[in-house]
Design a protein around this ligand. Structure first.
Ligand code: NAP
Length: 471
């Protein structure tokens, strides 16, 4: 595919291969953009931002709704692209396509509601006889840098709100999965209503062209989704502009003795192994009460062993591969480190090529990377606890805080956990891997800064402007 720069689909002599990570087969090639291409895109976005802010709301809505219609009409084609270039099975990919359609439609609806407020200036003595309001103006140019694990919907979470708010946006998708982002742009151009330079997708290496987008002061917001390390690097380089950071996690789920055991097992197996664990909401730590520990673990391990790992395009497959062999080796290293430190491997622990078995361990020492860092692979570790205090302390004891979960039938317990878990979202009787695209989404501590979820991203991508009449 070609990249989208200033309204034109362009090729470049330098190309990047897009390969299926499960067997290395070539799917397509895309241009490897140069620093000059990124600068040209930012230049085009300066004019694009002027055009975008003048787009009437009904036009912004039509672009987004027609983009959603376009994807809905080719649902399976979009799902196959995700499943081939990324790590999801075809069944997982179809869900991502449906959610992307939702994200675009919600963005169109939120454009309608992008209203300001009147301000009672006379609350301060001496400030009587004034009337006024604030409106939400677009920031101008948004730079979006996105990861490989949800290559369509996580791009839509930046593009949808940016267009709804009247911004121009330059997207730098992950170099391993650029096709879904380019196809999203194709859908949004399909209405013929999107002016030149408002949406651009520049394909290339983050280390080569990302810096230019991040440092340029004409870009007024960087919206980044990816790992903590890159996020910190970007935050250090961005200078005086807005930043939105959706980073990693090490998500905990607590299972209380009064939980529905079947529900807890099913939800957490799915939460642990969705997208082969390459998911910021991946259930990495399962904290199970002593009274039900054996019963829960037996069922959880049995369900894990029944998981079918293999070809992502096979309808029967439950779990696919990791994004590359280096990622699979990194996961294996973390498992081996824990085993060497005394952890017990209950199932899994095998790597072949880019595949890694769904893996469960217990007795992992707190100092191991599996306990404190993000594994970003199909590995879940079990803890036994006796009191809720103890479970909450373990859950909060890492430098991440995206979402947490608790399974219980006791309202008091649920509400206490909701209040005391230090995260962006607490799921009660759900695994951490639960999200709808309209809810505020983001983390605390090393999990990020700011919130996505269409309405919330839209607010982050605007600046309030006050207008005051002295009468
Ligand atoms: P990553 O290595 O941080 O890469 C993410 C993006 O950043 C890619 O497009 C990458 O480009 C780009 N990049 C790399 N170095 C850069 C630099 N120096 N300057 C600018 N951009 C740069 O993350 P990943 O391995 O793809 O994704 C995994 C992480 O994302 C996990 O930690 C996961 O939890 C997190 N994540 C968070 C959320 C959330 O909503 N909180 C959602 C999904 C994923 P290239 O790779 O193309 O070079």
């Amino acid at each position: 595919m070609k990249m989208l720069l200033n309204g034109e689909w362009l090729d470049r002599p330098r190309q990047m291969d897009v390969r299926d990570p499960q067997d290395g087969s070539l799917i397509d090639t895309v241009p490897m953009a140069s620093a000059g291409d990124m600068l040209a895109a930012i230049e085009a976005a300066v004019a694009g931002a002027q055009r975008a802010r003048c787009l009437p709301t009904h036009r912004r809505m039509a672009i987004l709704q027609q983009g959603a219609d376009f994807i809905a009409a080719q649902h399976e084609e979009y799902a196959r692209t995700i499943a081939r270039e990324g790590v999801k099975t075809i069944r997982e990919a179809r869900k991502e396509v449906s959610r992307c359609i939702d994200t675009l439609r919600i963005s169109a609806e939120e454009a309608r509601r992008l209203a300001g407020e009147t301000i009672p200036f006379d609350q301060r003595p001496g400030s009587e006889h004034r009337v006024g309001y604030f409106v939400r103006e677009p920031v101008g140019i948004v730079g979006a840098i996105t990861p490989f694990n949800d290559p369509l919907n996580l791009v839509a979470h930046k593009v949808g709100p940016a267009l709804a708010a009247g911004n121009a946006i330059v997207v730098k998708p992950d170099s391993k999965t650029p096709l879904s982002a380019l196809k999203l742009a194709e859908a949004l151009l399909s209405s013929g209503l999107l002016p030149r330079g408002v949406l651009q997708v520049i394909t290339g290496k983050g280390s080569e062209i990302g810096d230019i987008l991040v440092r340029d002061q004409r870009v007024r917001m960087i919206s980044f989704t990816g790992g903590l390390e890159v996020g910190q690097d970007i935050a250090g380089k961005a200078g005086l502009k807005k930043i939105g950071m959706e980073l990693g996690s090490n998500a905990p789920v607590i299972v209380m003795p009064d939980a529905d055991l079947e529900l807890a097992v099913e939800a957490n197996v799915s939460g642990a192994f969705w997208a082969a664990g390459q998911n910021c909401l991946h259930v990495q730590r399962l904290l199970v009460h002593d009274a039900i520990y054996e019963a829960f673990v037996d069922r959880f391990v049995a369900r894990t062993r029944a998981y079918r790992v293999g070809d992502k395009l096979d309808e029967q497959t439950d779990m696919g591969c990791l994004i590359n062999e280096a990622a699979a080796r990194r996961v294996d290293d973390m498992v081996q480190e824990a085993v060497a430190a005394g952890a017990t491997l209950l199932t899994g622990g095998n790597r072949w090529g880019t595949f890694y078995d769904p893996t469960v361990l217990e007795n992992v020492p707190a100092s191991c990377s599996l306990a404190c860092d993000e594994v970003y692979g199909p590995v879940t570790i079990l803890y036994r606890f006796r009191t809720l205090d103890e479970a909450i302390a373990v859950a909060n004891g890492v430098n991440y805080g995206l979402q947490a979960g608790i399974f219980t039938s006791n309202l008091q317990t649920a509400l206490r956990a909701a209040a005391e878990l230090h995260v962006g979202g607490v799921m009660i009787n759900e695994s951490t891997d639960y999200r709808i695209d309209a809810m505020p989404f983001g983390g605390v501590k090393g999990s990020g800064l700011g919130r996505e979820g269409v309405k919330f991203a839209l607010h982050e991508m605007t600046e309030p402007k006050v207008v005051c009449f002295s009468l």
